[in-house]
Ligand binder design. Sequence first.
Ligand SMILES: *Cc1c(COP(=O)(O)O)cnc(C)c1O
Length: 449
Amino acid sequence: MSDKYRIVLREDEIPKRWYNALPDLKTPLAPPLHPGTHQPIGPADLALLFPMELIKQEMSPEPWIEIPNDVLEIYKLWRPSPLHRAYNLEKALKTKARIYYKNESLSPAGSHKVNTAIPQAYYNKQEGVKKLTTETGAGQWGSALSFACNIFGLVCEVFMVKVSYQQKPYRKNLMQVWGATVHASPSNLTNSGRKILEADANSLGSLGIAISEAVEVAVSDPSAKYTLGSVLNHVLLHQTVIGLETKEQLKLAGEKKVDAIIACVGGGSNFAGIALPFLKDKYANPDMKLIAVEPMSCPSLTKGDFRYDFGDTVGLTPLVKMYTLGHSFMPPGIHAGGLRYHGTAPLLANLVKDKIVEAKAYHQTECFEAAVLFAKAEGILPAPESSHAIKAAIEEAKTGGEKVIVFNLSGHGNFDLASYEAYLSGKLTDYEYPKESVEEALKNLPCIE
Ligand SMILES: *Cc1c(COP(=O)(O)O)cnc(C)c1O
């Protein structure tokens, strides 16, 4: 038996292990390559950037990885998160579908990102690291990491994409409350930042540039390491706590099978978090859909190429095989800041390539329309990123039938009211990233087969 609207688990029902999908892939993941030599890299190559325990997780053949007790204890501040049955949204849509959403907006920083910020800070602390650097787009990852560093007594230095730094000061303030130092990127603190500013003094920045800066600072300080809020296998691994809980909650709700699991994609971590624990269900039932949703203005999965590319703009990170728009991709200033990345998680790209996951893209105004409908029905203001999942869930419900549809509400939009203001006053326009620009950017890629 469960409650009608909110299906909740107890603290002691937080999963004790993360699920690692690597051993369950149909096609093994292509190895990451050294940015200079183009040879496969090993643990030693990554040791400058990450602590050994995270590197082990990055390449682990084990299907289950124990969550440390200290991490579980901190997870209890916001986990298990509720699974909601969206009765009011169903009513508004006049659908027979049963729509559920997993609510990751209740975490300290307001999104799923703390699920990985905490273990990342924990393992770094364990291995004697004193300072963590990172990049952030709209500020969600930066604030999650700032909170985690504050918990473990680590220094936190964040490079925030300049356009967000200027347009969305409030998450910067949140990071500062938790004790982090925040720089607008490109900055003149790093060689990478100076190089970009020389070429374009008015550069608004991008995630790729901010990554270059954060990596450079970490590599030049022996007591510092770098962290990433998405894309890497270990980040996706930590997020599987979302889907593992969801599975238990759907059982409590009496659902025996799910027809669609939906989440938005920036780098792919919240999607992987909710969807990977259902991977074997998908193998057993090919009719089940795992739907990854991205913006039309940054369409890596739907318009990018599946090939090796750098994770950053300058070319400091290893080369990974993924769907990419080219690392020189300069995203338009759309509001779903957290989705503005040229690449995708290699693990997610692998599943899209193998047709296990299907990708969809929507325009931002139709997503905001869905977000407002959702906010009116369910009372929660979604993050602009999450609105892409809502839009796809609504479209899925409209296809008819008594389907069970589950989507991940990756975060709330309480810090994103400027973008709602733009939408409500009719100032938002749709933008479709042209295929020609993708082809142009892909010309700069190293040729590796
Ligand atoms: C960062 C972010 C995303 C996108 O990142 P993924 O790694 O793809 O999950 C989506 N929603 C919210 C609220 C975010 O903060």
